[in-house]
Design a protein around this ligand. Structure first.
Ligand SMILES: [Zn+2]
Length: 254
């Protein structure tokens, strides 16, 4: 394919060969945000368009706010890999992927630029309007693949997006003392925590045992919703924030 008209007005099109059809009947219900985790935006763009990489995303947002579209929104890009959200395990078939240029935790994680965040907001607004994506379905890659992925990471300003009407967000409950749950704990409170995380969408087994999987899911939750401290310990602030998020969901989901 030599090109296609951009779905997002103003996006530059550079076609990636790394895509396929969405699973039959699947449509974009989710927006998954990533960081590129590479030295430069140019290197990331080349990699996402290289048949050898077998990865892609619908969009790439450069540090100056320029947007490149690589896969049509109607097609299935290869950005999320193995993961799950609210029982959906073919995340690629049911999402639109946005890569945001940032070297990431390994190569020198830094703040996203204002131009990038502005571009991500405008891009998300368009996608939400075109596909009627619900606010609670705008997610981090780390939300759908906890333990395996940490992007776009704790520096991503979800609060700024929320103020612009993108995503589902509540102010994190302040960190303080009180009881907490951590690795090795078991019993009803752990089961309740796991149930709340699963109800919100995270892929976590409800076992009543605070195991490694539970810890990584708590970390993923904190990386998105309580970024001040990411330690995998379900303290009162973490649990309260989760509770408030659940209360703020549309009734049909809870
Ligand atoms: Zn990612």
């Amino acid at each position: 394919m030599s090109g296609f008209p951009a779905d997002h007005e103003g996006a530059e099109v550079r076609v990636s060969p790394n895509f396929g059809p969405r699973r039959e009947g699947a449509r974009p219900e989710f927006i998954i945000l990533h960081y590129t985790g590479m030295e430069t935006g140019e290197a990331a763009e080349s990699w996402l368009c290289d048949p050898v990489s077998e990865v892609s995303s619908h969009y790439l947002v450069h540090e100056d706010g320029a947007i490149t579209q690589m896969v049509r929104e109607s097609d299935r890009a290869w950005h999320a890999g193995k993961g799950s959200w609210r029982g959906e395990t073919d995340v690629n078939s049911s999402s639109i992927g946005i890569e945001i240029v940032n070297p990431g935790h390994v190569l020198g994680y830094h703040d996203f630029t204002d131009a990038q965040i502005g571009a991500v907001i405008v891009l998300c607004r368009g996608i939400v309007a075109r596909h009627r994506v619900m606010p609670e379905n705008v997610l981090a890659h780390s939300d759908v693949a906890p333990g395996r992925k940490v992007d776009p990471g704790e520096k991503f300003p979800w609060q700024v997006l929320a103020r612009a009407g993108i995503g589902h967000y509540v102010e994190a409950s302040p960190i303080g003392g009180g009881r907490f749950l951590s690795a090795g704990d078991r019993g009803e409170p752990v089961e309740a925590l796991q149930s709340m995380l699963a109800l919100y969408g995270y892929g976590v087994e409800i076992s009543g045992i605070f195991d490694q999987q539970t810890k990584t899911v708590v970390e993923a939750f904190q990386r998105h919703f309580r970024t001040e401290q990411i330690d995998g310990i379900a303290d009162r602030s973490t649990i309260k924030t989760l509770h408030q998020l659940l209360s703020a969901l549309p009734q049909s989901l809870t």
